[in-house]
Design a protein around this ligand. Sequence first.
Ligand code: HEM
Length: 192
Amino acid sequence: MTTETLWYANRATGAVCLILFTVVVVLGIAVRLRARIPGLPRFGTISLHRTLSLSATTFLALHIALAIFDSYVNITLLDAIVPFVSDYQPLWLGLGTVAFDLMLAVVITSLLRNRIGHRTWRATPWLAYASWPVALIHGLGIGPDPGPDWMTWLTVACVVAVLAAAGTRLALGVRDSRRTPAVLLRTAEGAR
Ligand code: HEM
């Protein structure tokens, strides 16, 4: 494989990672909201979320492997695990590494799910939520073109999708917190 092909493949897997991680974050919010995807039962949303998380992790492994195999740039396995030590674009690559390490923490806590406490387990989605913007900035910063290209618009679409999902969650949270005292008051009055 030529280094040009490897570079295109690396860029393509990066784009797929970005799309998959975005869908995983949006589905994670949908699962928290107990929302149903049209045509799918509720457990379907949960299993889709799980399957896409695995696919995203697989594509990320491929993305990293392609970056390491590409001899045009000097990126080692260590650079992919330890942030900001790479000779090549240390800041932007380092952010990709931070995102990868956070994902790794999510995978490890998921595998140890039965051994760690429920509280720790419930905190894992926050690691994934934290890794998403870091990965996004890595993609934006490490990109080759000075001006906006299709990758920039793809990134904008991903931001819009996550902001819409997070906004919906926030709005429903505020609505529920306003409704709860009224419901409690009504229940208390009914009990009298
Ligand atoms: C969740 C984690 C990650 C995501 C979502 C991601 C996503 C992306 C995206 C979208 C691009 C394309 C940017 C563009 O061409 O406009 C890219 C490029 C790249 N990524 Fe990642 N990445 C991640 C982690 C990593 C890690 C851990 C490494 C370390 C080896 C890495 C190495 C690279 C390299 C070398 C490029 C191409 C640089 C160039 O064009 O010169 N990425 N990534």
